[in-house]
Design a protein around this ligand. Structure first.
Ligand code: PMP
Length: 403
């Protein structure tokens, strides 16, 4: 059992008001709020241990470097990577996908194929389209059914002798679908094809173990798991990372530089050009301690119950249609009510103090699938509670009456 009131007290923003009403924050899939320990870790580092990392012999630089490398170990343990050398710090999921598309992608040739799915976030579509434009690599797309489940038979049929990578979301940010990623990886491996997992929406909600999944790349964003913005993670299989060329050039990633020849550092530094966001990396480690302190068993059970409760309450509302009804679903409820525009719904809920997201959610192909321009999305964290879900349901009904 979680002590939600105690948890909520650790997030100062949750006790603020908007338009004179208590804030009800249901936009957690976009970004999560930050507990005091995370904010204080950042402040503390700037006050006591701030210096640029790796280059310095002086005390502060060594302290900052230690914190960064400890954070790498912490992340490595969190996702059960075989070694912290396989953890690359990025700005977020988007940069991690772009890194793989640019670096692994540079080893592909015209006519090679990458499989993605119809439910991807734009950050797992556009980098591959750019690769298509640069190098003629083709995209193959796994469709989903109206419940929001991937068509696994279609997936199996997409493999050809030119398939070079599969890149798919673990959990859809719109439909909440938890894809059967382990089976999808094992199928790809039967064809000798590596798999990248976009874990932006899974890592905050349940335990993700890269060795258990046997994935080849995995990406997530710190800001969706209670850490600061501007830090994210790319995990990669060692043999792949070692073969791949650098992503960006600059300081930190080189071994020697001359005008005749430059040699590069080994992994992970080869992929980390420039000054990293070392303060956010340390705060990410603190956020992971915080989440582990609560415990994923409790988090998962609670969030599943809350999502089921929200689904039940919202389903009772006349004219409300929920998008995404897969068997395995996580912490997201996307909906529309009658022909009320998603923006009108979002704007009026906001006036009641309820923060939800409206629009295409950076997944326009999902909107196209259902023939809608946008949806309203409520997304949950363990700090949300049933009273907030009740307020959402009441708010939706109030708005519906106005139309
Ligand atoms: N993938 C998914 C499934 C997401 O939900 C998001 C964020 N909405 C991203 C990728 C991109 O994450 P970021 O903007 O932090 O890079």
């Amino acid at each position: 059992m979680l002590d939600i009131n105690n948890i909520r007290e650790q997030f100062p923003i949750l006790s603020t008001q908007v338009y004179g009403r208590p804030l009800i924050y249901l936009d957690n899939a976009a970004t999560t709020q930050k507990p005091r320990c995370v904010v204080e870790a950042e402040r503390e580092q700037y006050y006591t241990a701030n210096a640029n990392v790796h280059r310095g012999v002086h005390y502060l630089s060594q302290q900052a470097t230690d914190l960064l490398e400890q954070a790498r170990q912490r992340v490595s343990r969190f996702i059960n990577a075989p070694s912290e050398q396989q953890i690359i710090f990025t700005r977020g999921t988007t940069e991690a996908v772009n890194l793989v598309a640019a670096s692994y992608g540079s080893m592909l040739s015209e006519g090679d194929e990458v499989i993605i799915s119809e439910m991807e976030h734009h950050s797992n579509i556009v980098p591959w389209q750019l690769l298509h434009e640069r190098q003629g690599v083709k995209l193959r797309v796994i469709p989903f059914n109206d419940r929001g489940e991937l068509d696994l038979q279609a997936y199996a049929r997409l493999f050809t002798e030119r398939t070079r990578l599969v890149s798919i979301a673990h959990v859809s940010n719109v439909l909440g679908t938890v894809n059967p990623i382990r089976d999808m990886i094992s199928l790809a491996h039967r064809y000798g094809v590596p798999v990248m997992v976009d874990a932006a929406q899974s890592v905050p909600h349940f335990r993700v173990d890269v060795q258990d999944l046997d994935c080849d790349f995995l990406a997530f964003s710190g800001h969706k798991i209670y850490a600061p913005t501007g830090i994210g993670v790319l995990y990669g299989r060692r043999s792949l990372l070692e073969q791949m060329p650098p992503y960006q050039g600059g300081g930190e990633m080189i071994s020697t530089v001359s005008f005749d020849k430059t040699t590069f550092e080994g992994i992970p530094y080869k992929f980390e050009a420039g000054t990293p966001n070392y303060v956010a990396a340390h705060a990410l480690a603190v956020a992971l301690d915080f989440v582990d302190g609560i415990g994923f068993d409790a988090i998962y059970t609670y969030e599943q119950q809350l999502t089921a409760y929200a689904t039940e309450q919202l389903s009772r509302i006349t004219g409300l249609r929920i998008f995404g009804q897969s068997e395995q679903k996580d912490a997201v409820v996307s909906f529309l009510v009658g022909d009320i525009h998603h923006l009108d719904m979002g704007t009026l809920l906001d006036r009641l103090g309820i923060a939800v997201r409206t629009g295409h959610h950076c997944a326009q192909p999902v909107m196209t699938h259902y023939g809608v321009e946008g949806m309203v999305r409520a997304s949950f964290s363990f700090y949300n509670n049933e009273a907030e879900v009740d307020a959402l349901a009441e708010g939706i009904q109030r708005v519906a009456k106005m139309f």
